[in-house]
Design a protein around this ligand. Structure first.
Ligand code: FE2
Length: 410
């Protein structure tokens, strides 16, 4: 039966853990808090070590807390991360997404920094500053950096945050042997700017009920043995693993079984882990896809995709991995663009007003259970200190109060 306005705006007849208020996707004030309370404290993947393979290589990174960073491999081979900001007059130091530079040189007043973050040159230093301030006071802001879980460069803006191993816990144990048997290498990178909230991308990676949208998945996964027995495993800190599956690629016309896989994996095996607050490891046997998120505004998100194989790949092996990646996740692939359309549609609907978003399916934590999203929003609520089902600051509850609360919050 269709519902009138009051019915449309009523909370669903489910526990508050099983739905989300649309305000958490549309509020500028909530995004500002997410940057401070979540992204500024959580570990984020800045890039992969293979993107800075040589001494003095650098890679710039827009951190989801809103900071511009640069990852640099030093003269000692160590990978470090700094704010991409000159401490003199607050200018941007590096503009290119990647490069090689023995000194990081600010174009504004030619302050120079080495690859360990030391300020090594200030033009006419003594003439202007005498002994009052000098190179020793103008070091770059170092950001905690740990390389791991397949050679990814994780960074954390919070000097007091738990170590990366503690943050990840056991979430990646199911694929760690495959990730760490051989050094990995990025073979493709692209960034999509999508008019949707960043959490909705993480959601679509952590729920498989929407496999009905993917014709390819319906043929190769849903129809394959064991699909409905796949189970979610929830880990501390909001991470979740989706149960493994062997995919029947032969069931899709024009596709065939993979010729190779990652170490320790059966051919055509698929493993997937979603890390809080916005990273996904998606290992479809022969190639690894890593998603990272950066909110631009509540309904605008930059999603970065990296495809990886083994550094030791022969040219033929690499070509096979690239082919397998592209046929699923490339621009003419059979999966990724459909997911992008899914979250774009959610973004459009949210722009125009929406009711509660429901993730209330309970199927004993199997593949169409929405427990992955519930686990994420429970963690989100914990970090934010407000409920995802009723995030209002003033106690007003329900979608009915959303416009009022939005005004009150802004
Ligand atoms: Fe999907």
């Amino acid at each position: 039966m269709p519902r009138n306005a009051a019915q449309w705006n009523r909370t669903p007849p489910l526990p508050p853990t099983h739905y989300v208020d649309p305000l958490v996707y549309t509020s500028e004030e909530i995004l500002a808090q997410e940057r401070d309370k979540i992204f500024a404290r959580a570990w984020s993947i800045a890039c992969h070590e293979s993107e800075v393979p040589e001494r003095y290589d650098y890679r710039t990174y827009r951190h989801p807390a809103g900071k511009n960073l640069v990852v640099v491999r030093g003269d000692d081979g160590t990978i470090r991360t700094f704010f991409n900001v000159c401490p003199h007059r607050g200018n941007t130091i590096l503009y290119n997404p990647a490069g090689n530079a023995k000194h990081l040189l600010c174009i504004f007043h030619a302050f120079a920094f080495d690859c360990r973050g030391n300020c090594v040159a200030i033009p006419r230093e003594k003439a202007g500053y005498q002994e009052r301030i000098g190179k020793g006071d103008f070091g770059l802001r170092a950001v905690r950096t740990e390389v791991g879980f397949g050679g990814f460069v994780f960074v954390n803006l919070d000097d007091r945050a738990p170590a990366l191993e503690t943050f990840i816990g056991e979430a990646l144990d199911g694929m760690r042997a495959s990730l760490e048997a051989e050094p990995l290498e990025v073979f493709t990178f692209h960034r999509a700017i999508v008019r949707t909230n960043y959490k909705l991308w993480h959601d679509t990676n952590s729920e498989f009920y929407h496999d009905y949208m993917h014709y390819h998945n319906r043929q190769t996964s849903m129809a394959a043995p064991g699909y409905f027995e796949r189970r979610y495993t929830a880990f501390p800190n909001g991470h979740a693993q989706v149960g493994d599956q062997v995919v029947n690629y032969e069931a899709y016309e024009g596709f065939k079984s993979r010729d190779l896989s990652f170490p320790g994996m059966a051919l055509n095996q698929w493993k997937m882990v979603d890390l809080f607050p916005g990273m996904t490891y998606n290992l479809r046997g022969s190639s690894l896809r890593i998603d990272t998120l950066c909110p631009i505004s509540p309904l605008e998100t930059a999603i970065e995709f990296r495809g990886l194989g083994l550094k030791c790949d022969t040219p033929a092996e690499r070509a096979a991995r690239v082919h397998d990646y592209n046929t699923i996740w490339g621009p003419f692939g059979r999966n990724l663009h459909e997911d992008l359309l899914g979250v774009l549609g959610q973004g459009r609907a949210l722009e125009r007003g929406q009711t509660y978003l429901v993730h209330g399916r309970e199927e004993d934590s199997t593949i169409h259970d929405e427990v992955g999203m519930r686990h994420f929003y429970a963690e989100w609520s914990r970090w934010m200190g407000r409920s995802s089902s009723d995030p209002s600051a003033d106690g007003a509850s329900g979608v009915n109060g959303a416009a009022h609360r939005e005004a009150a919050l802004s």
